[in-house]
Design a protein around this ligand. Structure first.
Ligand code: GLP
Length: 237
């Protein structure tokens, strides 16, 4: 594990974007695993800038997002498809057909989970997976549990996650209670994982994830076993 200590959120975002840019320069056909939440917004802004200046070419890149709320249309302002289009995908020179987010409105959720796992496999797995971390240690929407769940699955969100994410909705009742999330396997099989975290409210959970016991009750703790984990954070951990 490499921990890159930075001064603040802006520097974290620049460093993370530069790591992604370097990856794409070396491999124009990179399969990027992407995350949502407030943490990566600065990274996405910087990637858009780098694309505008011609420093990154996304034309051959594929993106595969971690998760999506169950029951939200892709056009819903709080859906993760909408988030990704708004913050990154519609602002760069990527072929939108090569950008993937689970379909939270799929009529057959089991089939959708299988389709997503097949898609990851057909893409040859993920080259670089960008991750944030939830306050309870979740990655994607892999919530604390008794076991690590390997494949894409439908998860019932924890109350703490619903509370934390309610800030994006008009009121807490609008927050979906379920989500589809990539499992632990493609994250751990990603050739490189880039974890970003900032804000004092993330300090304890980040410490626990990176130096506490590896346990499904802190899903991000599994990342300790990843062979190429880069953590970029301004937090003292
Ligand atoms: C959501 C996403 C996660 C993200 C987490 C933290 O639950 N599913 O992928 O890491 O939020 O979000 P934030 O960065 O806003 O704290």
């Amino acid at each position: 594990m490499r921990i890159i200590k930075v001064k603040n959120y802006e520097e974290m975002s620049r460093k993370a974007a530069n790591i992604i840019a370097a990856e794409i320069s070396l491999n124009p056909r990179t399969v990027l695993g992407l995350a949502t939440g407030s943490t990566p917004i600065g990274t996405y802004e910087r990637l858009v800038e780098l694309c505008n200046t011609g420093d990154i070419d996304f034309s051959q890149v594929t993106t595969i997002n971690l998760d999506e709320y169950y029951g939200l249309e892709p056009t819903h302002e709080q859906s993760y498809r909408y988030f990704m289009d708004k913050h990154l995908l519609k602002k760069i020179n990527i072929n939108l057909e090569n950008t993937h987010v689970p379909n939270g409105k799929a009529p057959d959720i089991e089939a959708e989970c299988k389709r997503y796992d097949d898609l990851i496999q057909k893409a040859g797995g993920i080259d670089l997976q960008l991750l944030g971390i939830g306050h309870n240690g979740h990655i994607g929407f892999n919530e604390p549990s008794d076991e690590f769940i390997m494949d894409t699955h439908c998860v019932t969100l924890k109350e703490s996650t619903i509370n934390a994410n309610s800030r994006f909705f008009n009121n807490i009742d609008e927050v979906p209670k379920k989500a589809l999330t990539m499992g632990i396997k493609p994250i751990m099989q990603a050739r490189r994982v880039l974890l970003i975290a900032s804000g004092d409210d993330k300090k304890e959970i980040l410490k626990k994830a990176l130096s506490g016991p590896v346990t499904p009750s802190v899903p991000a703790s599994i990342l300790q076993l990843h062979k190429d984990l880069i953590v970029v954070t301004p937090l003292d951990i």
